[in-house]
Design a protein around this ligand. Structure first.
Ligand SMILES: *[C@@H]1O[C@H](CO)[C@@H](O)[C@H](O)[C@H]1NC(C)=O
Ligand SMILES: *[C@@H]1O[C@H](CO)[C@@H](O)[C@H](O)[C@H]1NC(C)=O
Ligand SMILES: *[C@@H]1O[C@H](CO)[C@@H](O)[C@H](O)[C@H]1NC(C)=O
Length: 261
């Protein structure tokens, strides 16, 4: 008993000390070649906001190369911030239901990300690591060393979502990532890292798809299915998320138990 109390206390102090001694995120160096995931904001009535985030395995499998593009952002309320979130967007499009930021190493929110030490940031904190959005139209490309296109890696984002927020955290848009099958893509999709890549704006030529369709594609990761494929229902869409939720609930329970002591 004493031993288990001590180990609980140790776990508790490890958690409470996280703001000063964050477990650094490991660099991901063995992402599968050519794996690509795209999330595209659905059209929303009364909103001009559009945009997408594409993430493709980086050179030599190192990290993920992101192409981010937004337009129609509000005149006020910036700088806008965006993150990969811990859960997918449900079919009703409720951005709040995506939960907190992707944070597999449980760094927490309390301390803002220091972009000069990106390994200490939440893996999902893309704007914290790579810069926030201070214009109504924005595009950026960068490679993030800490994210993964490998479904077995804790920092895999391909079954998750991103959310774009006002500076005051209000969620103004969200979309699910879905795998893009490079071999069966329409030509306009481009094969960014392997063959001729034009600088064509991918979002404008991609078929519009909404949370329903993206969520469906989420359930078919690994199969040669395009995000625009027909909608099916009744698939175990949230099984991945459920596992993650269960995991973080477990951590919370441990913390709660430790704090009671
Ligand atoms: C955030 O900012 C927007 C626009 O400035 C405003 O409408 C909204 O009420 C604010 N929300 C919070 C929670 O402060
Ligand atoms: C959106 O999701 C949040 C969190 O799951 C929930 O509390 C809220 O009631 C939902 N809003 C709507 C309109 O369904
Ligand atoms: C999303 O797309 C599906 C299939 O095309 C459609 O049935 C559904 O109404 C759309 N949802 C929204 C919120 O646009």
């Amino acid at each position: 008993m004493l031993v288990s109390v001590i180990s609980l206390l140790a776990a508790a102090s490890a958690v409470s000390a996280q703001s000063s001694t964050v477990t650094p995120a490991p660099q991901v160096t063995s992402n599968p070649a050519g794996a690509k995931y795209v999330a595209m904001l659905p059209e929303k009535e009364g909103s001009a906001l559009s945009g997408s985030i594409e993430g493709t395995t980086g050179a030599d499998g190192k990290g993920v190369k992101f192409a981010v593009s937004f337009s129609g952002l509000p005149e006020m309320g910036g700088p806008f911030i965006y993150h990969i979130h811990a859960k997918p967007v449900p079919e009703d499009g409720n951005c709040t239901a995506t939960g907190a930021h992707q944070d597999p190493y449980m760094r927490g929110e309390a301390t803002p990300c220091d972009p000069s030490m990106p390994e200490t940031c939440q893996t999902g904190d893309l704007s914290g690591k790579h810069g926030s959005v201070d214009a109504m139209s924005f595009s950026a490309e960068y490679t993030d060393a800490y994210l993964s296109t490998d479904p077995s890696d804790p920092a895999f984002f391909g079954d998750l979502s991103f959310v774009i927020h006002l500076a005051n955290k209000t969620r103004i848009g969200c979309a699910n990532f879905a795998m893009v099958d490079m071999d069966h893509s329409p030509p306009s999709y481009g094969t960014v890292s392997t063959t001729s890549s034009s600088d064509m704006a991918h979002p404008s030529v991609m078929p519009p798809h909404n949370a329903t369709v993206s969520t469906t594609a989420t359930a078919t990761i690994g199969l040669p299915v395009m995000p625009s494929s027909s909608t099916t229902t009744g698939l175990p869409v949230f099984s991945g998320a459920a596992v993650k939720v269960a995991g973080s609930a477990g951590a919370g329970a441990l913390l709660a138990a430790a704090l009671v002591l």
